[in-house]
Design a protein around this ligand. Structure first.
Ligand SMILES: [Zn+2]
Ligand SMILES: [Zn+2]
Length: 449
């Protein structure tokens, strides 16, 4: 385009008179004006009607002026002007369309919602900030690595846009490790679940003990919080003077000890599409079954499990536990005619039955005799609180305790079935309901995906 300033142009005058004047008075026809293809010049011409060899022409450079600027979406208008020196010719203008420019978008920006459930893509026209293209989409969510009790996990949100101008966005987030096991965490091999918290391991770090001794106010459950870990203390009442904690520290009677509250590890007995039947992998505490009777529905151990234990172990999260209809029928005991069998109960926490502990589907040996499948170790906590803990056997069995089943023995009203330190199901001495040295091995049903 030729856009010379108006004053700069010098009209190119080329009046051509091709024949002698005066032969006649010219009788001029209509002037024609012809624009160059690029509108840079305009030529005026008139021809004598009396003699078409008589012509007057003038070619001038044009000036250009923008009348209306084109925008992103609207065409503009430009105007070429031709000014002739000959008075015979009339100044001419030619308007041209200036095609609209289209948007000139800047780089897109992407904004995630606070909950990462949606992502908004946006781009703004550099010519006009009111020209905005925007698209908000719902994201998809995928866990990449599940969080565990020990380690953070990760997950990714992905946002896919329909507008080709926007590219797929991903946002990685950290799933914080669940140090208190407020949710169930299944092990990689599917054999154990960590869920709930309970005092277990003796604290033998003397500087930590002295820090713990300075804390006066307990938090949850009478537990004490220090550096984001929970601790509990108890005055030791060991069942035997020769008992030791797992690290070899002798347990002194009437001494106060601190214990770290750790995630409870449960053995998976069955998994039915996310419904898990779990039994504790350790003997977590000690409690007598009852004062005098072996009827589970009225037993003090049942109250303790569903009140004290439940409210302690799951104080920080219990959403996945569901109430179990516990089968207390005679069929779950040693005799179909067991007159001490009681009605079914509805419990959050209970104990496996005599029959459960012989169920091969749960991984237990099908007989009542010694079996490692039923052996279970006492925790430091249970040992300090008076649980029997084997310490004279071969090393593999040291630390194992005796523990209750929920099942009454058919032969006597104050005796239940128990499991011994070699995994024997027994009813001999020590399985009377008021025995104070038998441990508790809780069981729960939970649901999670
Ligand atoms: Zn003429
Ligand atoms: Zn625009």
């Amino acid at each position: 385009m030729n856009k010379k300033p108006f004053l700069m142009i010098s009209a190119l005058m080329a009046i051509t008179l091709l024949s002698g004047c005066g032969q006649h008075n010219h009788d001029w026809g209509e002037t024609t004006y012809t624009w160059a293809n690029d509108y840079s010049t305009c030529t005026a011409e008139r021809v004598c009607k009396g003699d078409n060899n008589h012509k007057e022409t003038e070619t001038v450079s044009t000036t250009y002026q923008e009348i209306t600027a084109p925008t992103c979406v609207n065409d503009g208008k430009g105007r070429y002007s031709a000014g002739f020196t000959s008075e015979a010719f009339v100044d001419q203008t030619k308007d041209v369309v200036l095609n609209h420019l289209g948007h000139s978008y800047g780089a897109p920006t992407y904004t995630w919602s606070n909950d990462n459930k949606t992502c908004t893509a946006k781009r703004i026209c550099t010519r006009d900030a009111s020209h905005i293209e925007e698209e908000t989409v719902n994201s998809t969510y995928q866990v990449v690595t599940p969080a565990t009790v020990e380690a953070d996990g990760s997950a990714t949100y992905t946002a896919t846009f329909t507008n080709d101008a926007f590219v797929l966005q991903t946002k990685n987030i950290t799933l914080p490790k669940d140090v208190y096991a407020t949710k169930p965490h299944l092990s990689a091999d599917g054999k154990t679940v960590q869920y709930g918290l309970y005092p277990q391991k003796n604290v033998n770090d003397s500087s930590l003990v002295s820090e713990l001794n300075k804390i006066t106010e307990p938090k949850t459950n009478g537990w004490y919080l220090y550096n984001d870990e929970y601790y509990a203390k108890t005055v030791a009442k060991p069942n035997n003077d020769s008992y030791e904690f797992d690290d070899g520290t002798p347990i002194e009677k009437d001494e106060t000890y601190w214990f770290k509250c750790e995630p409870i590890v449960w053995n998976v007995l069955s998994n039915n599409e996310g419904e898990y039947y779990l039994v504790s992998s350790t003997l977590l505490d000690v409690h007598q079954y009852d004062d005098d009777k072996n009827s589970y529905d009225e037993s003090s151990i049942r109250s303790w499990l569903n009140d004290d234990f439940f409210n302690s172990a799951f104080a920080l999260g219990n959403d996945n536990i569901f109430e179990t209809t516990v089968d207390n029928s005679a069929a779950t005991t040693d005799s179909e005619d067991n007159t001490y069998a009681c009605d079914d109960t509805l419990d959050y926490v209970f104990m496996p039955s005599y029959k459960d502990y012989q169920n091969t589907d749960y991984g237990f040996a099908p007989t009542t005799i010694d079996s490692d499948s039923r052996c279970c170790r006492t925790t430091d906590w249970a040992r300090a609180r008076g649980a029997f803990s084997e310490n004279e056997a071969t090393p593999n069995y040291n630390g194992n305790g005796y523990y209750w089943t929920r099942s009454p023995y058919s032969g006597q009203s104050d005796v239940t079935w128990c499991v011994g330190h070699y995994g024997t199901l027994y009813t001999h001495e020590g399985s009377e309901v008021d025995c104070k040295e038998n441990s508790v091995r809780p069981a729960i049903n939970i649901f999670f995906e």
